[in-house]
Design a protein around this ligand. Structure first.
Ligand SMILES: Nc1ncnc2c1ncn2[C@@H]1O[C@H](COP(=O)(O)OP(=O)(O)OP(=O)(O)O)[C@@H](O)[C@H]1O
Length: 282
């Protein structure tokens, strides 16, 4: 499968202090790849290097097969969408007029505005002046702008950090639609549920280096303890091992109608992160 992003031994120093150390990964076409890490771990620095806003100190970063330092403005404009905390919207204009400016810039038909506003749950607010928007609304407008031109590659730096659960869900649905349409997504987050929901693969970043990289499912299986918790009708809980012995125990409980629920004890991504790094994600 084609790699859209290729990063090899990337390093970044800020005044001799390392923000990234020997970071290597690739992102395949159509994949949603998550960079998970606590505050200060180097997520934004990575996005800035990949979007040519920063130079790396060492190593290489290619996007669409081209070193990021050599990416032409035109290619960026057409194929890449970026959401960062720097919204740069015109605060005196309303949402729709802001997006119209981008339609002109990106040669996008104005009818696309309705589609993207629908995806971020702002269709009925299109006439609102940007200066009067809440933080969460601003984040949604910036997100809508990032995928207005249907980019092939979308960089999202903590896309739901200011959103409530309802709008977060709406954005997840919108991103799922983009993914279904073939968009490759590079996403940073410290929200492990977000990573589990959206990402095909994740990399755990800590102190500027990648500690672990795989699909959420593989990670949960690899770090799972292969047991199930059986909750009984009397409120007690029993841990049973997977395999024939556990199956017999489970069968006995079920056969006597004692089982209220059964669930896997596989860890969450957050549990694994804490296990590997000794640090919380938030
Ligand atoms: N322009 C800069 N000058 C100096 N140091 C910087 C600069 N930008 C980032 N850093 C440092 O680099 C490290 C990584 O920062 P970065 O913003 O990439 O982290 P992050 O994982 O995105 O954090 P957050 O989740 O808080 O956004 C931090 O120690 C930060 O202080």
């Amino acid at each position: 499968m084609e790699n859209i992003i290729e990063v090899k031994s990337l390093g970044k120093l800020f005044s001799n202090s390392p923000a990234l150390r020997d970071v290597s990964f690739h992102v395949r076409k159509g994949e949603t790849f998550g960079f998970l890490g606590p505050s200060g771990s180097g997520k934004t620095t990575t996005i800035k290097i990949l979007t040519a806003q920063l130079h790396a100190t060492s190593g290489s970063a290619c996007v669409f097969g081209v070193p990021t330092t050599k990416l032409k403005e035109e290619l960026y404009r057409k194929k890449i969408g970026v959401l960062t905390d720097n919204s740069s919207l015109y605060t005196r204009l309303n949402i729709e007029d802001n997006l119209k400016l981008y339609c002109d810039l990106y040669d996008v038909p104005v009818r696309r505005i309705g589609e993207v506003l629908e995806m971020v749950n702002l269709a009925s607010e299109r006439k609102k002046t940007v200066a009067k928007l809440s933080k969460g609304m601003l984040q949604r407008v910036t997100l809508a702008r990032a995928f207005l031109h249907e980019p092939e590659l979308l960089f999202l730096d903590e896309p739901t950090s200011a959103l409530d659960p309802v709008n977060t869900k709406h954005v997840y649905e919108g991103l799922a639609r983009l993914k279904a349409g073939g968009t490759t997504i590079f996403l940073t987050t410290h929200d492990m549920n977000e990573a589990e929901t959206l990402c095909d693969r994740v990399a755990f970043l800590n102190n500027g280096s990648i500690q672990l990289m795989d699909s959420p499912r593989n990670l949960r299986e690899k770090f799972g303890d292969a047991t199930l918790t059986v909750e009984l009708n009397d409120g007690s809980r029993v841990i049973v091992k997977r395999g024939s012995e556990g199956a017999q125990t489970l069968y006995d409980y079920m056969n006597t109608n004692q089982v209220k629920s059964v669930y896997s004890n596989n860890p969450t991504l957050g549990d694994i992160f804490v296990d590997i790094t000794g640090r919380e994600l938030a």
